[in-house]
Design a protein around this ligand. Structure first.
Ligand code: BEZ
Ligand code: FE
Length: 275
């Protein structure tokens, strides 16, 4: 029977339908998901018009997605969900490098470059400040991790990644480096700049409607990995950048903010060993 039931009884009826799921984890996730969705609807007293506006918004988010553009990830990023998933998946061990969001602009197969090389491709040298980034990759106990892999990517000084900008050569400002036997690495680049995440879709509308901006502070992306260790997905941020206190995707951590004045930046990744 479904007459005269309370919202709590209604929720229990929906949750009970998941007990036949073959995968117990799926059943748990679905029960929790509907519990939080129902609680949200009750909490705000969602009207029928608001419910429909939400459906319309999510429909438009879906229509904005294609092979190049992932508006759902952008929505997750701007609601702080992507960062929360990374916090749970990676970090948490004191002394290891803090993780941050991966973002949509990583490209597989970036060129392997020699230590000390520039990540600027021929023809990709837009006017900007030269910067050398250097450091040592270590394990949590301080042991240098010779042979560690560092996959790095960033925007050009015009605030665009190569994949967003026809004027830049492919693989501009991307590279994969292998740390020396003492864990040391260094590479040359151009100082990163603050840049706006895409604001021309429904996520941009949501940001404007809620009085938010769509800027990220200047950063360089890193994925650092080494055998026997948990890889870390992270960034280094420029201490002099705007938006460090209001990153549109909530990715800034104090430990990841470094000085980039004077043409040099230091970043010493620390990885967590896996048993
Ligand atoms: C990025 O840093 O590349 C990024 C992260 C989240 C959303 C958009 C861009
Ligand atoms: Fe970025």
């Amino acid at each position: 029977m479904t007459t005269n039931i309370t919202p709590a009884e209604h929720l229990a009826a929906v949750q009970a339908t998941f007990s036949g799921a073959g995968d117990p984890r799926l059943a748990d996730v679905m029960r929790s998901l509907v519990a939080h969705l129902h609680a949200f609807v009750v909490d705000v007293g969602l009207t029928r018009d608001e419910w429909f506006a939400g459906i319309d918004f999510l429909t438009r988010v879906g229509h904005m997605c294609d092979g190049q553009r992932q508006e759902f990830i952008l929505l997750s990023d701007t609601l702080g969900v992507s960062m929360l998933v990374e916090m749970l998946a990676q970090g948490g061990v004191p002394g290891t490098t803090e993780p941050t969001v991966f973002g949509p602009f990583h490209v597989e197969g970036a060129p392997e470059r020699a230590l000390g090389a520039s990540i600027v491709e021929p023809g990709g040298d837009l006017p900007g400040e030269p910067l050398t980034v250097a450091g040592t990759v270590r394990s949590l106990d301080g042991t240098p991790l010779g042979g560690a892999r560092l996959d790095v990517w960033q925007t050009a000084p015009n605030g665009l990644y190569d994949v967003q900008d026809e004027r830049q050569p492919a693989m501009n400002l991307r590279g994969v480096f292998t740390a020396a036997a003492d864990g040391g690495y260094h590479f040359r680049t151009l100082r990163p700049v603050a840049y706006p995440i895409p604001g021309d879709g429904p996520v941009g509308e949501m940001l404007r409607a809620t009085g938010r901006h769509n800027w990220r502070p200047a950063h360089i992306h890193f994925v650092v990995s080494a055998p026997g260790h948990k890889p870390v997905i992270t960034h280094v941020f420029d201490r002099a950048s705007a938006y460090l206190d209001s990153d549109a995707v909530f990715g800034v951590r104090d430990s990841l903010v470094v000085g980039m004045d004077g043409g040099t930046a230091r970043f010493d990744p620390v990885l967590e060993p896996v048993a």
